[in-house]
Design a protein around this ligand. Structure first.
Ligand code: SF4
Length: 370
């Protein structure tokens, strides 16, 4: 797989509109863009010479000026439960993780949007490495490209990417334009053709971006809430000091109001932290906050990582927390922990080791567990 060079144009960086404009500049019609998008994202070719319905002259011109440069797989791990995790190296040596989680006939890919994260949520391992940079469109959509190519060889295994969640490393709303371009390709029938209900953008609550979202893209929206009141959320999700709960919920409601389908709901993500946000009182407070809000609540078990001060809530506690919310009339599910043997849950994506050499040491240790 070729890595991008500064001189070459990376075809994976193009949204559909930008590819149409690129070909228009060369006197080519719109259908060329559709043909190339199909080769890139449906067939996942890595060589322009494979685009056999383009003229030889056009293939040569593209080959002279362009590359197909996706992130490079450094390590692949497979869990006993079918979960896959890939460590992907970017052209500048930074690494990101992408996780595939199968569930029956469905499969969800958890995709990163940034290298590291600036938001510093106190329970998050990614926050520990700070923020390096935004991912390009090619690096975001490239995670699907790489995962699809990796999962395809064994059709009997029924490993299909039917859902994508932007819940990996980073805050997607702070890399707005690139995330929008990549997500449009996820929905594009000439590319990945996913249903907009099966593509989820998860945010910690960047209100100005939520306000802009509906005009650009209509997908499922998840809010990482994690606390029933501002005092606690200020501690867990520092962004809350800028955009407190009421302001964020109001932006989410406005987003729903703009959607074409009236049946949509916001997914509220709530990581249960023992003794911090999982008491009966907090369940009541959360239920009161959300009982009239169009949402479903997803309770997530905390996955501890080295040096964290938090602990996982017990099974009894999380059952009780869920029961109180259901009593209040809130649709509430509890997420199963997946890929435990490879440390693959989204709260544990990368972030543990900032520099490349140490990260590789970490991964080679993990590989011995699989
Ligand atoms: S939870 Fe998400 S937004 Fe918060 S620090 Fe981690 S990656 Fe960033």
């Amino acid at each position: 797989m070729t890595q991008s060079t500064q001189e070459s144009i990376n075809l994976l960086n193009f949204s559909r509109e930008k590819l149409i404009a690129f070909f228009a500049e060369r006197g080519e019609k719109v259908f060329r863009a559709n043909q190339v998008i199909k080769w890139l994202h449906q067939h996942c070719v890595e060589d322009i010479a494979q685009m056999t319905n383009l003229s030889k002259a056009l293939r040569q011109e593209l080959a002279d000026n362009c590359v197909i440069a996706a992130p490079e797989i450094v390590h692949e791990q497979a869990s006993n439960d079918g979960t896959y995790k890939w460590l992907l190296r970017l052209h500048d040596g930074n690494c990101i993780e992408t996780v595939f989680i199968p569930e029956g006939t469905r499969g969800t890919l958890c995709v990163s949007s940034q290298v590291g994260c600036a938001l510093d949520c106190t329970f998050c391992s990614t926050a520990r490495q700070g923020f390096s940079r935004n991912l390009t469109v090619a690096e975001i959509i490239g995670q699907l490209w790489v995962a699809k190519r990796s999962l395809q060889p064994d059709p009997k295994a029924n490993r299909v990417i039917s859902n994508v969640v932007m819940m990996g490393m980073g805050e997607p709303m702070l890399n707005f334009e690139n995330v929008i371009d990549a997500m449009q390709l996820m929905l594009d029938d000439n590319a990945y053709g996913l249903s907009k209900r099966r593509v989820t953008l998860s945010t910690s609550g960047v209100v100005p971006a939520i306000n802009r979202l509906a005009d650009r893209l209509q997908v499922a929206l998840a809010l990482s809430l994690h606390a029933p009141n501002d005092a606690l959320r200020d501690q867990l999700v520092p962004l809350n000091k800028k955009y407190p709960i009421k302001m964020v919920l109001s932006a989410c409601q406005n987003y729903l109001d703009k959607l074409e389908s009236v049946r949509e709901k916001i997914t509220i993500e709530y990581v249960l932290l023992a003794g911090v946000n999982d008491s009966d009182e907090q369940a009541h407070e959360l239920g009161n906050l959300l009982k009239d809000f169009p949402c479903k609540i997803n309770l997530i078990p905390f996955n501890p990582f080295p040096s964290t001060r938090y602990q996982t809530s017990s099974n009894n506690r999380s059952h009780r927390f869920q029961a109180i919310l259901i009593d209040k009339g809130c649709v509430t599910t509890r997420r199963k922990t997946r890929g435990e043997d490879i440390d693959a849950a989204c709260g544990q994506l990368a972030g543990k080791f900032k520099d490349r050499s140490r990260r590789e040491i970490h991964f080679s240790r993990l590989e011995t567990k699989v």
